[in-house]
Design a protein around this ligand. Structure first.
Ligand code: ADP
Ligand code: MG
Length: 340
């Protein structure tokens, strides 16, 4: 999880729904705390517009509510194509792109497996092998058909299939907020959608932005290091610390390994990584890549990120940090890690 430095205390003390800090507001939406800081340009009307947009996107993209557009596609699985808005269609299109180029490491049809494990819910569990096998059989992005015809439709070909856009939706949402800021002529802002950060514009005074990269082994707000970034950019992390439960003396996190290389076992990805952090202008792409690269591991993940113009950091279980040259250049260690 990435936090804009200093923003954190406002977050952690928040028991209520909406907290107005000095020039910042936070709300629980998209299944996470979303915090926006417009600095000296903050005003109630604009904050409302931004948070309304997030609520709207939740109704569009959420896998956890019956009334979302996504839920309608899931209900129609194996029956008939569902009409979808151009917006959902665009996110699905981009999801299929990342599914394809990652060889299915990122897969928007991961829904049945996510539900089965229940990680992040009140009742997570290690499912029996047989149930994993059944769920895994229903996960395949090639069985998602989308078309722009008839005003746009999406179809999951087999009964029981389900979309889950948890690995890309927050990124899309961050891009949408940045677009509102651009149209409104807002010169600077920080958007943090539960670890999906966007630094917008340039800081007052022109100094680079400092963004803390969460130390995966420490409480929230402890950083493995700081990224310094000059201009608008999105910084997105995926890791074992975001949602997990502990059982049989092990940590079971929420990012599923769907790859053939990983044996396609339907278990949380295990490849010596604690987290990945991707830096890119498009937050949607950064989000999908952070998950895909986490699943793929260091070598393949680095190549995938580079091929998509992204900078990336990998934090390993052995407390080393590696990454692309640009990311390492912008990064300085603050925690108990080392760069080999
Ligand atoms: P976060 O939600 O912490 O920002 P990610 O962007 O990595 O982290 O998304 C993880 C979420 O994506 C999971 O909670 C689940 O809903 C979904 N997911 C899990 N494994 C995969 C996968 N291999 N491909 C696509 N989505 C996944
Ligand atoms: Mg992601």
């Amino acid at each position: 999880m990435v936090f804009a430095a200093l923003a954190l205390s406002i977050f952690l003390n928040s028991g209520c729904k909406k907290i107005a800090g000095p020039g910042a507001q936070a709300e629980y939406v998209l299944g996470t705390y979303c915090r926006i800081d417009l600095f000296e340009n903050g005003n109630g009307e604009l904050y409302n517009r931004l948070f309304s947009r997030l609520a709207e996107l939740d109704r569009l993209l959420s896998a956890n509510r019956d009334d979302s557009e996504l839920a309608q596609v899931n209900r129609n699985a194996g029956l008939e194509p569902a009409s979808v808005s151009p917006e959902l269609l665009a996110v699905l299109e981009r999801s299929l792109y990342f599914a394809e180029i990652s060889g299915g490491a990122f897969d928007p049809t991961v829904g049945p497996l996510v539900k089965l494990w229940g990680i992040g819910t009140e009742t997570p569990r290690i499912p029996p092998e047989e149930e994993i096998r059944v769920a895994l059989d229903l996960v395949n992005w090639r069985d998602l058909e989308i078309t722009r015809q008839n005003g746009g439709t999406a179809f999951l070909k087999r009964r029981g299939m389900a979309l889950d856009l948890g690995a890309i939706a927050k990124g899309y949402a961050a891009d949408e907020l940045a677009e509102i800021l651009r149209k409104a002529g807002i010169p600077r802002a920080i958007i943090d959608l539960g670890g999906n950060a966007y630094v917008w514009g340039t800081k007052n005074g022109g100094d680079p932005w400092s963004i803390g990269v969460q130390d995966p082994m420490q409480e929230r707000g402890n950083y493995a290091g700081i990224l310094k970034l000059g201009n608008s950019a999105s910084i997105v992390s995926s890791g074992i610390y975001e949602r997990y439960f502990t059982e049989n003396g092990r940590r079971w996190h929420h990012i599923m390994d769907l790859t053939e290389a990983g044996g396609r076992r339907g278990y949380p990805a295990e490849n010596g990584l604690f987290s990945t952090t991707v830096i890119l202008t498009s937050s949607m792409d950064a989000d999908a890549l952070s998950t895909a690269c986490f699943v793929l591991g260091y070598e393949k993940g680095l190549a995938l990120a580079r091929a998509n113009g992204a900078e990336i950091l990998f934090i390993f279980e052995d407390k080393t940090i590696r990454g692309s040259p640009g990311a390492l250049e912008a990064f300085s260690l603050t925690g108990d890690y080392r760069i080999p």
